[in-house]
Design a protein around this ligand. Sequence first.
Ligand code: HEM
Length: 456
Amino acid sequence: ILLRHSKCCSKSKTKLPPGEMGIPWIGETMQFYKAQRKNRLFEDFVQPRMMKHGKVFKTRLMGSPTIVVNGAEANRFFLSNEFKLVISAWPSSSVELMGRNSIMEKQGEQHRCIRALVSTSLSHAALDGLVPKMCNSVRLHLDRNWNGQDTVSLYRSTKMLTFTIVFECFFGIEVEPQTLSTFERVLEGVFAPPVSFPGSKFSKAKKARREIEKMLVKIVREKREEMENGSEREVEETLLSRLVGGMIQGEISEEEVVDNVVLLVFAAHDTTSFAIAMTFRMLALHSDCYALLLQEHDEIRREQRPGENLTVGDMKKMKYTWQVARESMRLFPPIFGSFRKAIVDIEYEGFTIPKGWKVLWTTYGTHYSEEYFQDPLTFNPTRFEESMPPYVYLPFGGGPRLCAGNQLAKLNILTFIHYVVTCYDWSLLYPDEQITMDPLPFPSRGMPIKIARKSP
Ligand code: HEM
């Protein structure tokens, strides 16, 4: 009785953050989804609650009691305490569709092992080797899809391109153009309710996932055979060959290889293409910035021989371009933030976050705050000339789950911008095009642009 009494007393002493839990089970999910669809999750959902309750508040989302946290200190606390106080927590539909064996579901040592395999393929040395391949992919894509056209959908085009780059340059896997639409069907179900009745978004997504799995299992087995039975020619080092190598050594299983290929393709292509699309939007709206950026690329081009690919040295010269891209990702972060789950009771800022509750950290909480950025809603790429304090600018997250592909994304963004601005004059067809979110943000009309090839 005494034990129970003392437990009861200690529970009643816990102080939850302020906030409203909404109606039973559903909580404030409908308000969350409504704001998300308009890509106004921060403005319509987070900000009004922050004004009322402060930077840390409670709510209930998708059935889970959740604490929303904002600010650099909160980002540092929760992101750097991954595996110790919190673990990443994706909705069950995402886990089922991405696969239970992907890096996002792994903790501790297992996470470290997969992360190490992926990181080797994304090390500086490996990325240097990717630059010429990426240049060839971008040029081929523009030749095939832009030449002879006067209008193209920039967002769809970059989606196709980044998808091809991840598969072909990074994994060394050739894909059919229709594979992208199968992947998109999976993505549509990632945040859908996990109900499998015929025709539901989730069951359509599961069917698409099975098709992808079948295709990848075949590719992985062929690669394994090629590596084990050693054809005379040397096997090209790609992420796929590294993962399959890990499989041959018994470090990871076939399911882990397949799930991680699926996860990486998802992690890479919608995010990078949105970042590119928003950079172009900002350039279109700020002609002074565009003039400066163009100057940077014209200088690089002047030093190249005709038809020559970019080099790593050229990438380093694109300082202003990277500032423009970073500022675009500050205003339009491809990832809103992400969910964690408390694995112990957590004391934070005088509040208790009970074990099992979700925590949502947000990029907007710092990106849109005057505390960290002067005139936060103004587009000003040169603000990145100054170094940033840690955990303030987080389009790629932070801590042990910092985006594994951030350098690949950077190369992809810079290469694409270089070839477009040096080869084409372009303008937006709908400068005020709305941004929607489902589940990631995207321009609602696909961002059509008018193009005209520049004379060589
Ligand atoms: C502009 C493009 C990109 C953005 C904005 C972005 C953003 C992010 C963010 C915010 C996270 C952390 C999620 C969390 O904390 O839960 C993350 C994780 C991750 N990203 Fe990216 N990403 C981009 C491109 C890429 C690319 C190109 C790849 C790989 C080819 C990639 C692979 C990953 C992986 C594997 C993780 C999980 C890391 C882990 O759990 O250890 N991302 N990304």
